[in-house]
Design a protein around this ligand. Sequence first.
Ligand SMILES: Cc1ncc(COP(=O)(O)O)c(C=O)c1O
Ligand SMILES: N[C@@H](CCCC[NH3+])C(=O)O
Length: 474
Amino acid sequence: MHTHEAGALHAEAGQRRHPSWLRIPEDVNALYPGLWSATVMRGDDGALRVAGIDVRALAAEHGTPVYVLDELDFRSRARAFRDAFSGAFAAIDGGADVYYAGKAFLCTAVARWIAEEGLNLDVCSGGELAVALRAGFPVERIGLHGNNKSVAELSRAVDAGIGRIIVDSFDEISRLGSIAEERGVRVPVMLRTTVGVEAHTHEYIATAHEDQKFGFSIAGGAAAQAVRRILAEPSLELIGLHSHIGSQIYDTSGFEVAARRVLGLHAEIRDEHGVELAELDLGGGFGIAYTSQDDPQPAEDLAAGMAAIVQHECAGYGLAVPRISIEPGRAIAGPSTFTLYEVGTIKAVELDGGAVRRYVSVDGGMSDNIRTALYDADYSCTLASRRSEAEPVLARVVGKHCESGDIVVRDEFLPADVEPGDLIAVPGTGAYTRSMANTYNHVPRPPVVAVHAGESRVIVRRETEDDLLTLDVG
Ligand SMILES: Cc1ncc(COP(=O)(O)O)c(C=O)c1O
Ligand SMILES: N[C@@H](CCCC[NH3+])C(=O)O
């Protein structure tokens, strides 16, 4: 029974200062299942361990903040998607390819892991393509996305012999057609469609409603028009259609509607042009757990569900099942990583109704994880450097930036005795954190340290003030 200030918050519903789902933990040291990567556990002495390494040793060796990436976990999730989708679709027809969405997190080492695990790669800029090429990623297994690819990006991709380019605008069709024609090559392309689904996710990361920048609308006729334009370009080879409805989605009904609409267009193309496209990409967007509220589906369930949907829709339209691809990013990278911070200061604020919120300031913030500020994203965290017997108190983990919205974990119960020098770990930070990191306030970006079987290895080094100053001219 916890009789502390946080209890008052529960008692006075109108005065609640934390979300109703957040419960006072029975044991503030417990690691909520599903939030942490495969090898994370609390050691006998109470400190967190990952891949057999004490987080205090990681902090001493690599400094804080640091992104700690559990290589085994990352590779297992990549393999799970590969096996689940190729298995589920092999059972009904030609199989499936998994393109890891590098925007979630990409560096040379990770590109190599993806290649070794037999996945393909989705890149969406010249920079991401450069990482893949540097890693020696097989270029025929890369797809290039983007709503505004430059001539330089398109040319580089074509020159490298990229596996496919997902075209996103009428301007791009003519631009890419000319680039391919000049080189005397035929480039495999997919068409990014907008299926008109309102995915249940934050507005900024939903991508299939009509009023946004990506893709060709199916309902409005732009997609059918784009198909005609591509088929009329001899240097472009239309291999399939593409749909991506958004990110951090749990509800598979959005994928079902998307598959139905995109396969409807697929059937129309057959009827109008006598062409049955060989491929269909259903995008990424599979949600992960950030808090105890989230209950994502395992890859096998997603694959089985999507295979059933595609098979059913294809049968309805009298189509052969095309080769399917998907593009998970977050679901592979996200759960593999936690961010380790050191606590610097603590401030208690009295709220209306007498409750108290502790502001626990850590040595990073919105520069290493912008998602809380940008999407109002929820995270959780734990005291990582030790076990505590103190009562749980309502806390907000904030960064060191000059901004009051610089919040890392909006609401969490942490032990009342958290103090400067303690380490805090935030799970689920493998996707869209380092890849969206910035240097606000000239705070250098943290390193990514891969851990595996008792060893740690820096795969992206810490940025230094000198790195930042190198850009200043004069
Ligand atoms: C076209 C495309 N594919 C794949 C992804 C990866 O999404 P997620 O990381 O949510 O799986 C995105 C990002 O939303 C995307 O825009
Ligand atoms: N950056 C977003 C996901 C968008 C992915 C790209 N379409 C996030 O952090 O949730």
